[in-house]
Write a protein that binds this ligand. Structure first.
Ligand code: WQD
Length: 339
């Protein structure tokens, strides 16, 4: 298929490009580089030895979208472009609604004008909010606790209504748990622009000496070691879920949501220990109180994705930490490090 990937230069987008190309799909990227660099695409081209068409611009730019649709003629769109910082979303709610919700509407309108009928959407397990039961399945009530989560849920509903109004349309919604890790080549990976807010990139920066210690938020949760439990998923497994979703969208219509996780969970202390094994050194930690808005545990019931997409995670926790360490140690300044 010909696949337009919005936000294709981002962390998950770039890994997905490689998996799409490995399966013979032709790809085109639309990215405004708000949280990425064009160097990513150079590396993707070198790794794949393939062609990556690219357009620089915003997903809310209707004229640009029309140009991309007319020139590239996608059969499907994988929509990653968006803002994703939970804390920032509370301070800039309108920016988050504008980019994440209006951006999705603008994209669907351009798809309608071009007759493109398939979309894979980058959503988040954060749409579930405070657990009513655990693990979360896709029928769990949705009640996001952040503006970011609200924008993802709003976009999901728009996609569902769009698919409902167009009998030949397919919208596959992927609800990611906690993506971590990097490509086995160590040439693409996660490159946070600011102080990392997420656990794994923060640990990686401590390991490489850029930060002195990890602050562990909370040790009094009702979990085996008192620290938070999350369902960490290797980014290459996550990327492959998009290929499986595309195959699903090729022969199904309607909107359908899928949890993309491993179905297992690990504590903050598990992650620190696993990373120490990977890098062969200690990760200094300091204990602090709970982070506002955090919940004790998040875990996917990923059985629907296995049943209906034929997708299942294959990478272990040690694959996640080893690949993160390989990427971070080879690229201490992320994409600013000469390749
Ligand atoms: C994981 C665990 C923290 C940092 C967020 C978003 C979610 C998704 C993924 C979007 C928790 C603990 C963390 C640190 C710590 N993003 N922690 N010290 O909060 O599960 O999910 O990222 O698309 O929407 O909410 O991930 O990596 O921030 O935290 O102790 O410096 O690590 O308390 O238990 P989270 P995280």
């Amino acid at each position: 298929m010909r696949v337009l990937v919005t936000g294709g230069a981002g962390y998950i987008g770039s890994h997905t490009l490689l998996e799409l190309m490995a399966q013979g799909h032709a790809v085109c990227v639309l990215d405004n580089y708000a949280n990425a660099t064009p160097e990513v695409l150079n590396r993707v081209r070198a790794l794949s030895n393939g062609t990556v068409a690219d357009y620089t611009g915003d997903v809310r730019d209707a004229a640009l979208l029309d140009q991309v649709m007319t020139t590239f003629r996608p059969d499907a769109v994988v929509h990653f472009a968006g803002l994703k910082a939970v804390g920032e979303s509370a301070k800039k709610p309108l920016a988050y609604y504008d980019v994440n919700v209006c951006g999705t509407v603008a994209l669907l309108q351009a798809m309608d004008r071009a007759g493109c009928r398939r979309i894979i959407f980058s959503s988040s397990a954060t749409v579930y909010g405070e657990p009513v039961y655990m693990p979360y399945d896709e029928d769990h009530p949705t009640n996001p606790t952040s503006v970011y989560g609200q924008t993802k849920l709003a976009a999901e509903r728009i996609l569902t209504d769009w698919a409902g109004a167009n009998p030949d349309a397919a919208a596959v919604i992927l609800r990611y748990f906690n993506p971590v890790g990097a490509h086995h080549s160590a040439r693409i990976g996660e490159d946070p622009q600011d102080i990392p807010g997420n656990l794994m990139p923060f640990i990686a920066q401590v390991a490489v000496g850029k930060r002195d210690a990890l602050t562990i938020y909370g040790d009094d949760y009702d979990t085996p070691d008192g620290t938070g439990l999350r369902d960490y998923i290797h980014v290459v497994d996550l990327a492959r879920a998009h290929v499986a979703a595309l195959n699903h969208a090729a022969c199904n219509t309607g909107a359908r949501a899928f949890n993309i996780g491993t179905g297992q969970s690990h504590s903050v202390r598990d992650m620190v220990a696993a990373f120490s094994r990977a890098c062969g050194g200690d990760i200094p930690v300091r204990q602090a109180g709970r982070r506002t808005g955090d919940i004790a545990a998040m875990q996917a019931d990923a059985s629907r994705a296995k049943r209906e997409l034929g997708w299942t995670a294959t990478h272990s926790l040690d694959d996640m930490t080893a690949s993160t360490w390989a990427w971070q140690s080879a690229n201490p300044d992320g994409y600013g490090t000469p390749d």
